[in-house]
Design a protein around this ligand. Structure first.
Ligand code: FUL
Length: 449
């Protein structure tokens, strides 16, 4: 009897080390955030008028003077393109505030634009409500205008800045973007930020907000600005080891996440539709092509990441016709590719960790869309896809690692009667995927990695 009990204990111990049952899980807000899939980023401010990427904070307030600001046009464009939210650079590194911030003298209120009565955040948040979009803000901690920058007093100023947005008339605010860029203040010192204080200030007013930072806490930077999430991409990471601008683990860590990670902090892929983050006349002919946008979509949304695509408004205060036309072409391409799930009527059968889809007749596809049930954590670390050809043979057409919220697996065009997804590796028991989808992309003509 003793032997049996000892053996049972040994078995339990084995299970405990082989199976991790306490994976980090997304909050409801994080699940909703990931379902958004595509949001629009708008870089707008003095740089729009000077042509700089980083203003130095000495720009006169009057430089900000959009001739025909129309945030409803931004929202209408975003909605038509399929974005679910808009994030605006309320304050970039130059310190200029697009709303009348009471703790700054470098804001729209000091400009002659609309006689100092304008408020871009008020107009954009109202437009987002009208169009059913969520509203988010980028507020740069690095401030090249504020004289306190580089001293402990600046943290107090920054908290008041956050309060005037998050506690102001603009909410609810679904995402707060904290940029990692950080330079020296007038005293030659880098700011030592009080991140716990900044985060708690945001949560005080917008408890559901997703805070973007290199280490979250809501979502993490994907580690590059070119629009690539890792081919392996986990929703988890050791968030305690990484702070905005301080990342001892390197960008690959952010790009791929960490199956051993202690926190749920999924990747957000921020990339601009233009070479720069701000609008420039000289870049009107360098707006990314539909192929480039599709590549970005596949390598972000299709790799368990949210895509934050920057579409910067121009000097009139509207999205330039070249960018909006390109967005509509991108939308049309996505609609064409993903309109028909070729496996919609197929019979789905699960046996263990193998899912088989059997079609009524052969279908030709080159994209397999998989979605893991991530509410209980991201578990799948390896899978293969096999296709049953008309010759009656099964052929492996893909062998990959993670799935997560959504994985779009590009495969060479194949005609099959049946496909099967075999999960060949997990980091915790009870993995589950939703019904797989099969699609044919006849639009994209670039390389696929
Ligand atoms: C970077 C900034 O320095 C760029 O200007 C831009 O805002 C980008 C989204 O983040 O860190």
């Amino acid at each position: 009897m003793k032997k049996i009990i000892a053996a049972a204990f040994a078995l339990c111990a084995l299970c405990a080390c082989g199976e991790k049952n306490n994976l980090p899980k997304p909050t409801r807000a994080q699940l909703e955030w990931q379902d958004m899939e595509m949001n629009m980023f708008c870089h707008f401010g003095p740089n729009t008028f000077t042509g700089n990427e980083w203003g130095d904070g000495t720009e006169t307030e009057d430089i900000f003077n959009p001739s025909d600001l129309d945030c409803r046009q931004w929202a209408a464009t975003a909605k038509a393109a399929g974005f679910k939210g808009i994030i605006i650079t309320a304050k970039h590194h130059d310190g200029f505030c697009l709303w009348p911030n009471p703790v700054s003298t470098h804001t729209v209120a000091q400009s002659s634009w609309r006689d100092g009565k304008g408020d871009v955040l008020a107009e954009l948040s109202a437009a987002c409500k009208e169009y059913g979009l969520k509203f988010g803000v980028y507020i740069s901690p690095w401030d090249r205008n504020d004289p306190h920058y580089g001293t402990p007093e600046y943290n107090e100023v920054f908290v008041k800045t956050l309060e005037s947005v998050h506690g102001g008339p603009y909410g609810p605010i679904f995402e707060q973007w904290f940029d990692g860029a950080n330079g020296e203040g007038p005293n030659g010192k880098k700011q030592v930020y009080d991140w716990p204080l900044f985060n708690s200030t945001v949560f005080k007013y917008n408890p559901q907000a997703i805070i973007f930072g290199d280490g979250g806490p809501g979502c993490r930077w994907v580690g590059n600005e070119e629009g690539h999430a890792g081919r392996t991409c986990w929703g988890m990471m050791n968030a305690d080891e990484v702070k905005p601008g301080e990342n001892p683990r390197g960008t690959e860590y952010l790009n791929q996440g960490d199956p051993e990670g202690t926190h749920w902090v999924p990747a957000e892929t921020d990339v601009s539709i233009r070479p720069g983050w701000f609008w420039r006349e000289s870049e009107n002919d360098r707006v990314k092509s539909v192929d480039e946008l599709l590549r970005i979509y596949y390598e972000s949304v299709g790799r368990n990441s949210l895509l934050l695509l920057n579409v910067p408004p121009d000097v009139t205060g509207r999205i330039h016709p070249v960018d909006s036309a390109r967005l509509m072409e991108f939308r049309a391409a996505l609609d064409e590719i993903f309109a028909d799930d070729l496996a919609a009527g197929a019979k789905l059968r699960r046996k263990g960790d193998c899912w088989t889809l059997t079609m009524a007749e052969p279908v030709t596809f080159n994209r397999v869309v998989l979605e893991e049930d991530i509410a209980s954590g991201q578990k799948i670390s390896a899978f293969t896809i096999e296709a049953l050809g008309e010759d009656g043979n099964w052929t492996e057409i893909a062998s990959e690692t993670t799935i997560g919220h959504k994985r779009i697996v590009p495969v060479p065009a194949v005609t099959a009667l049946s496909i099967r997804i075999k999960v060949t590796g997990t980091i915790a028991p009870k993995c589950s995927i939703k019904r797989p989808g099969l699609y044919y992309d006849g639009v994209y003509s670039g390389e696929m990695s």
